[in-house]
Design a protein around this ligand. Structure first.
Ligand SMILES: Cc1cc2nc3c(=O)[nH]c(=O)nc-3n(C[C@H](O)[C@H](O)[C@H](O)COP(=O)(O)O)c2cc1C
Length: 183
């Protein structure tokens, strides 16, 4: 059984993460574990992901799981792959700069699993030099990106920043699981 941790951060594209999870759960042999930021829970409830995955959803670094273990280290050690979908400008910035102030960033920094980010944000946020430098930095760290693509954004503008297509993200996860194991 392959373990995939799916990080969900606070973007309007959170509902698409439900579709990605829904697609991946059809794959036999995948166990999906969703970790949400507190901001993500403004957009989609943990219950949605809990129902889709059959697993409890975590977001608090100080929460103690049912079987005693440190939550962030147990999730990070079990992970064969970590997908962040959608990935906000904020979380991308934290990952590029070693800031781990929530469960998701702690799990990612404590893991040796490959990390795949699917960014989604406003065009100006995506084009901002801070985001571009953070993405370049993360690529140097070995983080892989899927998208974003050009499309209609939540602010009604059209431009770069739209989350990649759901099936493209799910296929990138499947491909990654076949090609690369833990470091
Ligand atoms: C309606 C709404 C939509 C948002 N959509 C996005 C988005 O698509 N991408 C993004 O980077 N931030 C977006 N934000 C801002 C983030 O939610 C905010 O930066 C938050 O602190 C991100 O926290 P997180 O990265 O811990 O989830 C949005 C905020 C609101 C209120």
């Amino acid at each position: 059984m392959k373990e995939v941790v799916i990080g969900v951060t606070g973007s309007i594209a959170c509902y698409k993460a439900c579709e990605v999870v829904s697609s991946l759960r059809k794959d036999q042999g995948l166990n999906l574990q969703v970790v949400m930021t507190k901001e993500a829970a403004h957009f989609v409830t943990p219950l949605t992901f809990q129902t889709l995955t059959g697993n409890r959803v975590y977001s608090d670094v100080f929460e103690v799981p049912e079987e005693w273990d440190l939550l962030h280290t147990s999730l990070s050690q079990k992970a064969d792959l970590i997908l962040v979908c959608p990935a906000t400008m904020n979380t991308i910035g934290k990952l590029a700069n070693g800031i781990c102030d929530d469960l998701l960033t702690c799990v990612i920094f404590a893991s040796r699993a490959p990390v795949l980010l699917a960014p989604a944000m406003n065009k100006a946020m995506f084009e901002h030099p801070a985001t571009q430098e953070n993405i370049a930095r993360l690529k140097r760290f070995g983080v892989q990106f899927i998208g974003p693509i050009r499309g209609e954004l939540a602010c009604r503008q059209v431009g770069m920043g739209h989350l990649s297509e759901v099936e493209g993200i799910a296929d990138a996860v499947r491909k990654q699981l076949k090609t690369r194991g833990k470091k």
